[in-house]
Design a protein around this ligand. Structure first.
Ligand SMILES: C[S@@+](CC[C@H](N)C(=O)[O-])C[C@H]1O[C@@H](n2cnc3c(N)ncnc32)[C@H](O)[C@@H]1O
Length: 246
């Protein structure tokens, strides 16, 4: 491993990918399923005929969903060998594919994609403006970048200096930069930014901000689980932003 604790290589640590994917696909107990995904799917709208790029695609589960919904192509990029293997297996026999690439190194020719997604990966990237500029450069006019990140009220917290969390603490909110996080039994580096920083990064790279969502829990997906709904209503876990290329 060349860069322990950083981005994609973190998910190649023994057992991390399995633990993450178990959690990710655990439906109602997964905040991704009851909070992030419903917001993302409603934001996506129709995808028919779109060329889709997914940055930090993980096991590319969304790829099959988008292909079934009629997107023209799906390319997932991820910096973890284990994730790319899982994604390639999941998309075998479809028009979708997955490649091993770090978001920091990604570029593509102008107008290569109509929709770029990135779900819960940009908070692993230090230089967000360069990543967004690379997205802007390869989107077709009118194309959208839709991304989710761990909500800034959560990334502000630094587990290394503040110890194990016993309650929801928002601290050092305006101190942007790296934070150590215990994550599925390993330690990983996330980069904290404020909501304003994300919005500014979008607009300075040429996007028009067309949506901002905080991914409130879906009552439909929680299907009457009142205690879980009350728990998920306490704290925002995810932030979703959409930038449109004029
Ligand atoms: C929390 S997982 C989300 C995976 C997937 N998007 C999903 O929603 O299930 C974060 C993913 O981002 C990838 N990742 C993190 N930093 C990266 C980087 N700098 N370049 C490429 N991939 C990265 C990880 O390997 C991992 O698959």
């Amino acid at each position: 491993m060349t860069n322990p604790g950083r981005g994609g290589s973190f998910y190649d640590e023994p057992q991390i990918v399995d633990r993450y994917l178990d959690h990710r696909h655990s439906r109602t107990s997964s905040p991704n399923y009851v909070m992030e995904e419903p917001a993302l799917l409603s934001e996506l709208g129709t995808v028919t005929g779109l060329r889709v790029l997914d940055l930090g695609c993980g096991d590319a589960a969304i790829g099959q969903t988008l292909l079934n919904a009629g997107c023209l192509s799906y390319l997932g990029l991820d910096g973890s060998t284990a994730m790319v293997k899982a994604g390639s297996t999941a998309l075998q026999g479809t028009a979708g594919r997955v490649e091993l690439t770090d978001i920091e190194n990604f570029s593509a020719p102008p107008s290569s994609f109509d929709l770029i997604l990135s779900r819960l990966a940009f908070h692993y990237v230090e230089d967000i403006e360069s990543a967004l500029a690379a997205c802007h450069a390869c989107l077709s006019p009118g194309g959208r970048l839709i991304f989710t990140v761990v909500h800034p009220v959560l990334t502000s917290y630094d587990a290394e200096t503040q110890g194990k969390r016993t309650n929801w603490i928002v601290d050092d909110y305006f101190l942007k930069g790296p934070r150590q996080r215990n994550w599925f039994g390993g330690t990983v580096t996330w980069f904290h930014r404020t909501i304003e920083d994300y919005v500014r990064a979008l607009t300075t790279t040429g996007f028009t901000l067309t949506s901002l969502r905080e991914c409130a829990p879906s009552e439909e997906r929680l299907n009457g689980a009142a205690a879980e709904l009350a728990r998920r209503r306490r704290v925002p876990l995810f932030l979703l932003l959409t930038g449109t290329r004029p």
